[in-house]
Every structure is written in structure tokens, then in C-alpha cells.
Design a protein around this ligand. Structure first.
Ligand code: AR6
Length: 182
């Protein structure tokens, strides 16, 4: 993780980093899962590899999830104590309710975080990899929902957007400047 790449917004309650979300020392990380909740590629694959087979065993008990829904498990071998598995929408051109379903992922993850007393939480850029949601459209939705949740009563004092590349980070930085202020 390149410290020079880190910046904060909203009185340091929102942080932007580039790196591997499985390495972050936060209470909870969010997974960009699919409806089976049984693993896959991308960040989902990385989280399952790092958490170990106990994560898959726990996921098998969850019975899957609908798009826009989020379900919680333990972090097992991860530094994080919780994993919130969010099922983002597959991009189908933007008129199939994708924006609202993506917003639901962030809102539900922040709701679960408050319910479980989570203080710090990190998000990957849900749906913008294999699921094809344009990141320029996804980032402002992510920032708006997390900002809204931080401005309501919550236990969360630190929300981290964990980008996987410098270009993705640049998109989030613009969205944060526009939506969350300095
Ligand atoms: N840390 C942080 N971000 C990551 C990491 C990582 N270790 N690895 C990838 N990313 P994706 P989706 C970024 O494809 O679009 C899976 O098969 C990646 O660069 O992981 O929601 C699931 O099982 C991108 O910015 O998730 C589903 O079937 C972001 O994470 C499907 O993919 C999300 O990309 C979900 O697709």
C-alpha cells in the first residue's frame, strides 16, 4: 500500500487507498460476491483464498442472496473480523435498475456494520469488474450512500474505499471531491 496515495474526506471518516482489500486491518471488509455466495473470481476469489476454506463452509449455510442484498460471515483467516458479502448488479446498459441495486449494496453493508458495532469498514468497487458496471457511474453512487450512512447514527468512524488500480483510484478521488467535500 502506497501511503502517498492515501487521502481522506468528511473529517477523515472516509479514506481512499489502492491495494488488496484482503490485507486491510479493518473490522469488516465487503465482498463483491454473486448470488450463490459460494465464491468466484476477482475480489471474491481473493477473499476466499485469504480467508481459507472455513469461509466457504460458512457461506454454504447462508442460502445465497438476491442482487442488492448483503449477508455477513466471519473473517476467518483474514485480518478483518467480518466479511459482508454484497451481490452487486450485472451491468445491462443501465436501465434495469442497476443504480438502485448498487446503492442497496452499500446501504445494506453500512446497515449491517452499525448493527454489529463495526468501527472500520472497507469496500471494493462493487460490480465494476467482471459485472461490467462503469466505474465512473458506480463511484458517485458508492460515495453518496456511504456518506449518507456516516451522517446518520452509526458505530462506523472509518470507511475505506479500496481501489485495485491507480486509474480506479482517480475515478473515486473525483467522486469523493464532488460528493463528500474535503
Ligand atoms: N482487493 C481490492 N479490489 C479488488 C481485488 C482485491 N484483492 N481484486 C479485484 N478487485 P470483481 P464484480 C477489484 O470482478 O464486478 C466474481 O466472480 C476489481 O479490480 O471482483 O462485482 C464474483 O463471484 C474491481 O475494481 O467483482 C461475481 O461472480 C472490483 O474489485 C462477480 O465476480 C470488483 O470487481 C462479481 O463481479
Amino acid at each position: 500500500m502506497d501511503a502517498a496515495m492515501e487521502r481522506t474526506w468528511l473529517g477523515a471518516r472516509i479514506e481512499l487507498v489502492v491495494g488488496d482489500i484482503t490485507r486491510l486491518a479493518v473490522d469488516a471488509i465487503v465482498n463483491a460476491a454473486n448470488a450463490s455466495l459460494l465464491g468466484g473470481g476477482g475480489v471474491d476469489g481473493a477473499i476466499h483464498r485469504a480467508a481459507g476454506p472455513e469461509l466457504l463452509a460458512e457461506c454454504r449455510t447462508l442460502g445465497g442472496a438476491r442482487t442488492g442484498e448483503v449477508k455477513a460471515t466471519g473473517g476467518h483467516r483474514l485480518p478483518a473480523r467480518h466479511v459482508f458479502h454484497a451481490v452487486g448488479p450485472v451491468w445491462r446498459g443501465g436501465s434495469g435498475g442497476e443504480d438502485a441495486l448498487l446503492a442497496s449494496c452499500y446501504r445494506e453493508a453500512m446497515r449491517l456494520a452499525a448493527e454489529r458495532g463495526v468501527v472500520s469498514i472497507a469496500f471494493p468497487s462493487i460490480s465494476t469488474g467482471i459485472y461490467g458496471f462503469p466505474i465512473e457511474r458506480a463511484a458517485p453512487i458508492a460515495v453518496r450512500e456511504v456518506r449518507r450512512a456516516l451522517e446518520a447514527p452509526t458505530t462506523v468512524t472509518r470507511a475505506v474505499f479500496c481501489c485495485f488500480s491507480a486509474p480506479d483510484r482517480a475515478v473515486y478521488e473525483r467522486a469523493l471531491d464532488a460528493v463528500a467535500g474535503p
